[in-house]
Design a protein around this ligand. Structure first.
Ligand code: SAH
Ligand code: TRP
Length: 331
């Protein structure tokens, strides 16, 4: 067994971030909260259940594409290191690590996630599963802590953001995130990005509003997080889950709708937030892509698409990108 190192960059300051996000988001004319606060222990568990739902096609489709192409991706890049942002349970990482092990290049896995326990648990399991693997876990926020990703020792690496997570950011923030991810790439390194594709809106809406109600519970869990962390008194059952495809922006939007007028005390902030009956709070967007749209995002972020892998129904895509100009010195 080789090394596990875990470094946490989340601190008391992060409670301030939740507090600031709540203060900022719940005092806007259209209430909104950023999605990273979903993933406490309960939220992470509910997300794992979402991944198993019959309606939620992205996880199994992306894992299928990875299964089909991991050897090709590793052969093409020569990668021996995987840096994964928003790594969660690391289930998909295993598919790539297996391919690196088969190719004989496997050296290190660097998972980065805000969900503390997920990073620690998966790191411990993975060093047991892979002989000689080094795991350097980073507990942090990929919008703020990318500079804590360790440098490579020269082994080519893949920096991955899977699960369609890139779609959870609005276009401007998304391009900033891609640009920042680009700073982790040397000329032999590649970005591996999972993006959900534009398709029949009914299929998309079902994926975000399952019959068993797991997604609704996941969405409402955000209110429990605020109650616990900031001494608030949301009555979560008084909010219903809403998911709809916004055709103009080509994203699915998740909201929580107040069933009746209510006022919520947020103890730690000394504030009261009023909801009118039927008022909605936006909790997440999940953008759906076309290849053209993603290429435009890459270009704006100083990156270039090199390979596009998809399933036969073109539900989901994985793409490999490099820093602009990295692939051919001749241009
Ligand atoms: N990659 C996994 C999990 C996707 S869910 C998969 O494809 O199935 C999104 C993951 O990103 C969660 O584990 C969540 O904790 C993490 N996450 C969301 N926002 C984050 C942020 N700003 N910084 C770090 N991790 C984040
Ligand atoms: N990144 C996932 C996605 O956009 C997260 C997700 C799945 C999600 N279902 C959700 C987020 C429901 C909020 C609500 O597909």
């Amino acid at each position: 067994m080789t090394g596990v190192a875990i470094a946490s960059y989340l601190s008391e300051a992060d409670e301030r971030i939740l507090a600031n996000d709540v203060l900022d988001g719940l005092t806007r004319p259209f209430k909104e909260l950023p999605p990273k606060h979903f993933y406490d222990a309960r939220g992470s568990e509910l997300f794992e259940q979402i991944c198993e739902l019959p309606e939620y096609y992205p996880t199994r489709t992306e894992a299928g594409i990875l299964g089909d192409w991991a050897d090709e991706i590793v052969a093409r890049t020569g990668a021996g290191e995987l840096v994964e942002l928003g790594s969660g349970t690391a289930d998909k990482a295993r598919i790539l690590l297996d391919a690196m092990a088969r190719a004989g290049t496997l050296r290190r896995y660097v998972p980065l996630d805000v969900a503390e326990r997920m990073v620690a648990d998966s790191a411990r399991q993975l060093v047991e599963e892979y002989d000689g693997l080094e795991v350097h876990g980073v507990i942090g926020d990929f919008e703020r802590h990318l500079d804590h990703v360790p440098d490579t020792d020269g082994t080519p690496r893949i920096v991955a953001l899977l699960g369609g997570t890139v779609g959870n950011f609005p276009p401007g923030t998304r391009r900033t995130l891609l640009r920042n991810m680009g700073t982790l790439l040397g000329r032999d390194d590649r970005l591996l990005l999972g993006t959900d594709l534009v398709k029949d809106p009914a299929v998309i809406e079902a994926a975000y509003d399952d019959r068993a109600g797991v997604t609704a519970e996941f969405n409402r869990n955000l209110l429990h997080v605020i109650n616990r962390e900031l001494g608030a008194n949301f009555v979560a059952d008084q909010f219903e889950h809403v998911a709809f495809f916004d055709d103009k922006h080509q994203w699915v939007e998740m909201r929580l709708r107040a069933l009746a007028a209510c006022s919520v005390e947020i103890g730690d902030l000394g504030m009261t937030v009023e909801f009118e009956a039927g008022e909605e709070l936006r909790t997440e967007i999940s953008a759906k892509f076309t290849r053209e749209r993603l290429e435009a995002d890459y270009r704006a972020a100083g990156l270039a698409l090199e390979h596009w892998y998809t399933d036969e129904d073109e539900l989901f895509a994985l793409s490999l990108a490099g820093r602009e100009g990295a692939q051919s010195p001749a241009g």
